[in-house]
Design a protein around this ligand. Sequence first.
Ligand SMILES: O=C(O)CCCC[C@@H]1SC[C@@H]2NC(=O)N[C@@H]21
Length: 190
Amino acid sequence: MANASSVAGRPAVLSDLIPGSRVRDLALVVGGAGLTGLAAQLTFPMWPVPFTGQTFAVVLVSAALGMNRAVLSMVLYMLVGIAGVPWFAEGASGFGGATFGYIIGFIAAAALVGKLAEHGGDRTVLRTTGTMILGNLVIYAFGLPVLIAVTGLDLGGALAAGVTPFLIGDALKIAVAAGLLPAAWKLSRR
Ligand SMILES: O=C(O)CCCC[C@@H]1SC[C@@H]2NC(=O)N[C@@H]21
């Protein structure tokens, strides 16, 4: 599942530095879903939307894996959770619910963050921060309509329940993730 630049011999995203192909890709996809499931259990219960570690995992995994593998990883995360594995926030599973839009948003964010990373959006702290902020905004954009539909909140109420309380925490998660990727590139000297 190589992308254009890794085919040309230059690693496009961090995980291209790992040798291998199919088995490597499978391990990365499964590992990314697993990390997101673990991060979902780092949670601070709030109603109707809990604070969790998921956004940290989503932006980190997406930038490190690139678009195709990241999208597959988040689709796997969603499908396994729908199938009954309790690895959504607070040990939940199944289809639907007030926070299901965010889970769909993880897939869209994976596409955007992964694509931007393939084009160098994870090479400096500043660029990585911008890439990850965009990904986080996509997660909110998918989360809000479902939150409104399921809870009956109006837009103002949904923003107050589903976005505003998370701005600082999500920014801190991005600050950590945005420091890790360029540092890893530097260590790899590529
Ligand atoms: O039910 C789930 O597994 C999804 C929970 C989504 C939580 C959202 S993601 C964006 C925002 N940041 C957080 O820490 N929590 C919410």
